[in-house]
Write a protein that binds this ligand. Structure first.
Ligand SMILES: Cc1cc2nc3c(=O)[nH]c(=O)nc-3n(C[C@H](O)[C@H](O)[C@H](O)COP(=O)(O)OP(=O)(O)OC[C@H]3O[C@@H](n4cnc5c(N)ncnc54)[C@H](O)[C@@H]3O)c2cc1C
Ligand code: SF4
Length: 539
């Protein structure tokens, strides 16, 4: 990598969806950019063959695991997220739905704009940049959910989602099909279902293959394996003269580095940005941040349930892309069948039969009850030789309101408390019924992450909020153009800005809102001409 400068126009913290959009759009406008990313660079050969290669898959530096998939256990929710150059795109399931109207009209941002209209062109740009196209072909897991839709007299509400995958000729590599030859080569998807353990086949359109790739062509620098831990306004002003950014190696934590920037963009995702803001406010590096930091955290009202078929006639559920279909159950709820690729059976270690009761002891007795009443199914599932091939995961999401608050903890680094609405639960009756219906079809019993059953808390891959938009510093952390209240030259572009519950997978929305925010920034006057042509070409 090129040596770092001592100062940049913009330092971007994190290289997920919000960070990548910011890097490209600002580089196009002629600004000097440094992206600092906690995780590693990954190329096709770095991805593990399955999630049993824990060191290559999991991000848990304390256990010497330097992969890209992270699990965070909090009081009210277990969170799945991505770490690495490309953020969550490395491990995500590529699905890119647009939320229903309610999303744009509720929450702390509702009155700030006609979001549905204003974001329309930016959703189109996001689709194009992420290489979204409708999934081609349903695998057996999709067909199961299609059957469910028929059983429920809603076949017209079952559809193929847009996914960020290149569907050229299977296995054939071609020159960049998306950006007039300026992007990298792509290879046609082979429908192996392994998108969430990293695509080893160059078919998944991760952010390092679009936004970040193009940003680097325009001079943006990316430093991986470094974590930002402090940001101090220069001259003790509120950022009008810029900031010093302190960062260190993500593992050793010894060599601290410092860089100056005129502007800072927080793009560390909810689990990166929100704890960092809380720390900076607490230690008085950024004391004027809104008291809303950490508030309005949403779990997307999610449920993840796995059903392993014990039938000898079971089809191979790994066929297809990670999420190949979507069933719109009603105006609030969606169901998506999710799959891992062949051999990825790690989650069998963390799953137990899904049982609901308000008391933990009764839930545990219920698990015992399942073992006693369905011993054959239970033990067949436990020792199933082709676990991922036999397993359908159901991802259920709802856009109903309920929020949590994230705070720094005394005993644990972070703690949550319920802020509004019902306490998020590991049990959503509609989801449990659907899982049971699938179980009946494939001779399996619904399983959940052990925390869902033991603690009664849900697991989500879509944690959102914590730095939401508002009219003023009293109601939000950022304004409607993503500028941080209380400081100048500071923005937030990532999942923490999401200000209501989308009820669907959020990456497209994070991309679109970041596109909108970046579109408001004027080109740099001194050398905007050099990259302005690119602006026309990519927008
Ligand atoms: C298994 C799985 C499947 C998913 N499937 C889908 C899907 O199909 N569709 C969908 O829309 N969404 C999906 N998601 C969710 C999606 O990945 C996230 O919503 C999205 O990545 C969030 O984007 P972001 O911009 O907030 O930042 P992220 O993508 O979370 O990226 C933030 C980056 O910042 C880095 N970072 C954090 N703190 C620091 C720091 N202090 N210094 C330096 N770097 C830092 C992190 O390492 C990370 O790489 C899935 C998630 C998971 C885990
Ligand atoms: S299904 Fe396989 S080839 Fe296609 S995008 Fe996913 S991992 Fe890549």
């Amino acid at each position: 990598m090129k040596e770092l400068n001592t100062s940049y126009d913009y330092v971007i913290i994190g290289s997920g969806f919000g960070g990548s959009v910011s890097a490209l759009r600002l580089a196009e406008k002629g600004y000097s950019i440094l992206v600092i990313e906690k995780g590693k660079w990954f190329s096709a050969e770095d991805f593990p063959k399955s999630n049993w290669h824990i060191r290559k898959w999991l991000w848990a530096p304390a256990l010497r695991c330097f992969g890209f998939f992270k699990m965070t256990y909090l009081n009210h929710v277990t969170i799945l997220s991505g770490v690495g150059v490309g953020g969550g795109s490395l491990t995500y399931a590529n699905t890119l739905p647009i939320p229903k109207s309610t999303f744009f009209k509720t929450g702390s941002w509702a009155k700030l704009s006609n979001w549905e209209e204003e974001l329309k062109p930016h959703y189109s740009t996001a689709f194009r940049m992420l290489g979204a196209s409708k999934n081609k072909g349903f695998g057996p897991a999709d067909k199961l959910v299609e059957e469910l839709a028929q059983d429920m007299d809603r076949p017209e509400h079952f559809d193929a989602p847009h996914v960020a995958v290149y569907f050229g000729e299977s296995g054939k590599t071609v020159e960049d099909p998306y950006f007039d030859g300026k992007g990298p080569t792509r290879t046609g998807c082979i429908q192996c279902g392994a998108c969430m353990t990293g695509c080893k086949h160059n078919a998944k359109n991760t952010l390092d293959k679009n936004y970040l790739y193009l940003a680097q062509q325009l001079g943006a620098q990316i430093i991986a394996e470094h974590e930002v831990y402090d940001i101090i306004p220069k001259d003790k002003k509120r950022g009008s003269t810029g900031y010093t950014i302190h960062f260190r190696n993500s593992y050793g934590r010894k060599k601290s580095k410092m860089i100056r920037a005129n502007h800072v963009i927080f793009s560390g995702g909810v689990l990166g940005t929100v704890p960092l803001l809380l720390q900076l406010k607490a230690k008085k590096s950024l004391p004027h941040l809104s008291d809303m930091v950490g508030r309005n955290i949403r779990t997307n009202n999610e449920s993840l349930l796995g059903i392993t078929s014990t039938s000898k006639k079971a089809k191979d559920f790994t066929q297809g892309v990670a999420i190949g279909s979507i069933f719109n159950l009603d105006k609030h709820s969606h169901l998506e069948p999710v799959r891992y690729g062949k051999g990825s059976g790690f989650f069998r270690l963390l799953s137990i039969p899904h049982v609901h009761h308000k008391w933990a002891i009764v839930r545990l007795l219920g698990v015992l009850g399942v073992i006693i009443t369905k011993p054959v199914t239970f033990f067949k599932t436990l020792f199933k030789s082709k676990f991922s091939e036999s397993t359908v995961i159901l991802l259920f999401m709802q856009n109903l309101e309920s929020t949590l608050r994230l705070q720094l903890g005394r005993i644990t680094p972070l703690k949550t408390s319920v802020e509004s609405g019902p306490t998020p639960s590991g049990y959503i009756p509609e989801a449990a019924n659907l899982a049971q219906a699938v179980g009946n079809k494939i001779e399996g019993i619904p399983y959940a992450n052990f925390t869902d059953v033991v603690l009664g808390t849900p697991t989500t891959a879509h944690i959102l909020g914590g730095a939401v938009m508002g009219e003023s510093i009293e109601s939000g952390v950022i304004d409607k153009q993503n500028n941080v209240f209380g400081y100048e030259n500071m923005m937030i572009c990532d999942g923490s800005m999401i200000s209501s519950n989308p009820g669907v997978n959020p990456s497209l929305t994070i991309t679109a809102i970041s596109e909108l925010a970046m579109s408001k920034i004027k080109p740099k006057l001194s050398n905007s001409s050099s990259n302005s042509k690119q602006i026309q070409e990519h927008v």
